[in-house]
Write a protein that binds this ligand. Structure first.
Ligand SMILES: [Zn+2]
Length: 183
């Protein structure tokens, strides 16, 4: 199967390579957090308890947000300096879900770039963007619930295969979506 990637990566390959190293370091830290409970027997009781608390905090933080897809085949591109979101692979037609409750503030159709996209404003200054959609089932100004379907995965805009390009913004700044969602 063709790997679904955004073409921004091709233009900024060198910068990407540099940043990817940092991402792997982050991933290693994240993985070590996730795997900690299974190795709890290797630690003394105090350490195990600390790990358990840490794991619970991570899960609690993420549980207020829905994963933006009903199912995914995995991440084909992470968040980094020249790619302000994550690419989540999924077949065309897979339901795209609102990460949290909010108001639809933009429904767009770009011939290149994002293609068909939806932007949602959430509580505070958090907003999310869902790009390369096939069908869109919401209108600007509409209220949505957490986990509500807003459209389906497609291949519109600049993409080499079906995937959801997903961004989270805190104010004006695009932040790492993996701080909000977990698979
Ligand atoms: Zn992307």
């Amino acid at each position: 199967m063709k790997k679904a990637v955004c073409r921004w990566k091709i233009f900024k390959r060198q910068a990407t390579r540099r940043v990817i190293g940092t991402q792997f370091a982050g991933l290693a830290v994240a993985l070590s957090l996730v795997t900690m409970p299974t190795h709890a027997f290797d630690y003394n009781m105090a350490q195990a308890k600390q790990d358990e608390m840490l794991t619970r905090i991570v899960i609690t933080t993420n549980s207020q947000y829905a994963f933006p897809l009903e199912k995914t085949l995995g991440m084909s591109q992470s968040y980094h300096g020249v790619h302000p979101g994550v690419d989540l692979r999924a077949p065309v037609g897979t339901k795209v879900l609102a990460m949290a409750e909010g108001t639809i503030i933009e429904v767009g159709n770009m011939l290149i770039g994002y293609g068909h996209f939806v932007r949602i404003a959430h509580h505070g200054t958090i907003s999310t963007l869902y790009a390369h959609l096939d069908k869109i089932s919401v209108k600007s100004g509409e209220r949505v619930e957490r986990g509500q379907e807003i459209g389906t995965v497609g291949m519109t805009g600049w993409t080499t295969g079906p995937h959801l390009h997903f961004e989270v913004h805190a104010g004006e700044k695009a932040v790492n979506p993996l701080n909000y969602i977990s698979q």
